[in-house]
Design a protein around this ligand. Structure first.
Ligand SMILES: [Fe+2]
Ligand SMILES: [Fe+2]
Length: 265
């Protein structure tokens, strides 16, 4: 343990150092994360749909998701939780009771669909990693930093590149719009409710450094300008599948105004 137990700046180096409530919160976060990475492995089905010179890169991205899942599994074991029934459940079918977010229970149905999923989902995953990099539980902070490298610099960039290429082809726009309408409401929900009790406890205990609301704002700021610029944005960016986010109204209006102004120039 680094720094004295009970001080506000306590840092935990091993699972044994963690107080029981911190362990419990980490198990919640990591079991959701594990199910997300198990689902991301399903992207393997689309490797051969990529342009031939990008297939190796696509395969490497799936291997990286496997590493994220394997390392999350080990952290859960270290915390005293047996993740293997969850992995079996998550892999047995898409739509199961495992701790999956709605987005990860939804099938990807085409190469266009996969790239919209990647663009919106990897952005969200990358931000979750940013929030965890400053965690007081060092194994989780390190995992987030390593994973950020893959999600932010490799997977997201691949999704962004393909979206830009597809959006430049007017024939692809209708399919892109249908896909954005399918995935956007699922991913805007992925950060959890604003000020949920678990969110506040995670922030108080220093398990993560950004709130659900801050993460959703950062995601919106990242994805919405690109969707508007390519004319594939959803009709109502405040609407998720499960919830509506009126607290994002001003940010959405500001982004819409900025993009409109840019397009006039
Ligand atoms: Fe991942
Ligand atoms: Fe990823």
């Amino acid at each position: 343990m680094i720094l004295a137990p009970g001080t506000p700046r306590e840092i935990w180096m091993t699972a044994e150092d963690c107080p029981p409530d911190v362990r419990e919160l980490l198990i919640k976060i990591l079991s959701i994360q594990l199910c997300s990475d198990c689902s991301a492995l399903l992207m393997g089905r689309w490797i051969l749909e990529a342009p031939p010179d990008e297939q190796l890169e696509e395969a490497q991205a799936v291997a990286q998701e496997f590493r994220h899942a394997a390392e999350a599994r080990q952290m859960l074991i270290d915390l005293g939780y047996d993740p293997d029934p969850l992995i079996r459940e998550a892999q047995s079918a898409l739509d199961v009771r495992a701790r999956k977010l709605d987005a990860f229970m939804t099938p990807i149905t085409s190469w266009v669909d996969m790239n919209v999923y990647k663009f919106l989902g990897e952005w969200g995953g990358m931000l979750q990693n940013v929030a965890g990099m400053g965690s007081r539980y060092l194994p989780y902070a390190l995992w987030c930093a390593r994973t950020f490298q893959d999600e932010g610099f490799i997977h997201l960039e691949a999704g962004r590149k393909h979206i830009e290429q597809m959006a430049a082809d007017p024939g692809k726009l209708p399919e892109l719009r249908i896909s954005v309408d399918k995935w956007y409401p699922l991913f805007v929900d992925m950060f959890g409710a604003k000020d949920s009790p678990n969110d506040l406890r995670c922030l108080e205990r220093g398990i993560k450094t950004l709130s659900n609301h801050e993460l959703r704002l950062a995601w919106l700021d990242g994805v919405l300008p690109a969707l508007l610029e390519h004319d594939i944005a959803p009709a109502d960016p405040l609407q998720g599948k499960r919830s509506r986010y009126p607290e994002l109204t001003d940010t959405v209006a500001e982004i819409q105004a900025n993009v409109a102004e840019k397009q006039l120039v």
